[in-house]
Design a protein around this ligand. Sequence first.
Ligand code: COA
Length: 150
Amino acid sequence: MEIRKLNTNEEAPLQLLLLADPSEKIVRDYLKRGECYIAESGEQMIGVYVLLPTRPETVELANVAVMEKQQGKGIGKKLVVHAVRNAKAKGYKTIEIGTGNSGIGQLALYQKCGFRINGVDRDFFVTHYAEEIFENGIQCRDMIRLSQNL
Ligand code: COA
């Protein structure tokens, strides 16, 4: 498996990106403003993340996703570790990530990769998404914000 930046002439893997964020409008906005990286196995794109500059010296890790069949094999962790190193190499001082309160696996993964919780955006998903989202039998209502210094 190789992780590389998506070339400008390549189509972004929208189905993969939508696994991490159900809103196509929000995903397309991320793609316009950020840099898309893909994990590739042979010809197939099996994972993705987007690095999105937000404030001076700060970048957001958005839309980390791994193809359903390939989940649970360590690819998500490789993508997050790659993103952190990549952000540091680009000179950013802080990397941020946000995930829903119902994302138990995501919260485990990000903390295992050095992120710490620094805030909760209460009712973020209720306010910004038209459909109710459920995961692990929990309604996704609040955005848990995490970050790490680089
Ligand atoms: N409790 C404790 N640890 C857990 C856990 C749980 N419930 N669920 C996952 N983990 C851990 C794993 O054990 C692993 O850590 P380890 O390597 O120390 O064992 C780590 O989290 C991640 O495992 P990995 O196999 O690398 O993850 P993955 O390839 O399945 O990718 C996602 C993780 C989240 C990217 C993937 O599940 C996905 O694409 N989900 C849908 C999209 C999504 O929700 N994206 C995030 C948006 S915020």
